[in-house]
Design a protein. Structure first.
Length: 139
């Protein structure tokens, strides 16, 4: 009987944590919708909750998750304060945040996109906005 009650309590705690996570994702989704509307962004949501805006289409092929990518980026919050930026950054795509792993394969070389990345696809510390230009990649 004791093990059954511990199991039930464990399930209840899991449900509470899961519902809290869903609530956070719903809140962030609404914040992203409002930000996109306020800034006249014409993009789309992916199934994971990432908001993706094509700024410049680019040409050529698209990278895959195992590609080594070279990008320029600027990262900031909804407040517009720049948190990080680089004019030339190279890394294996699979080593980057989930939001980039999902969005960069949607880009073509020399393309530029704006990504609005919810916390569960970034650093778990709020929504991030990234302006990213894909210069090159090696499959």
């Amino acid at each position: 009987m004791v093990s059954l009650s511990k199991y039930i309590i464990g399930l209840m705690l899991f449900a509470v944590v899961l519902l809290g996570a869903c609530k956070k994702e719903d809140d962030e989704h609404e914040q992203i919708v409002q930000y996109a509307a306020d800034n006249n962004l014409n993009g789309y949501f992916t199934a994971s909750g990432l908001y993706y805006v094509v700024v410049e289409e680019g040409t050529g092929d698209q990278p895959v998750l195992s590609s080594k990518v070279t990008v320029a980026y600027k990262a900031y919050g909804f407040d517009g304060i720049v948190r990080d930026e680089s004019d030339y950054f190279t890394s294996q795509l699979e080593n980057l945040i989930l939001g980039w792993q999902e969005s960069i394969p949607l880009m073509k070389e020399e393309g530029t996109s704006q990504l609005i990345v919810p916390s569960h696809l970034a650093y778990n510390d709020g929504i991030w906005v990234f302006d990213v230009t894909l210069f090159a990649f090696a499959k």
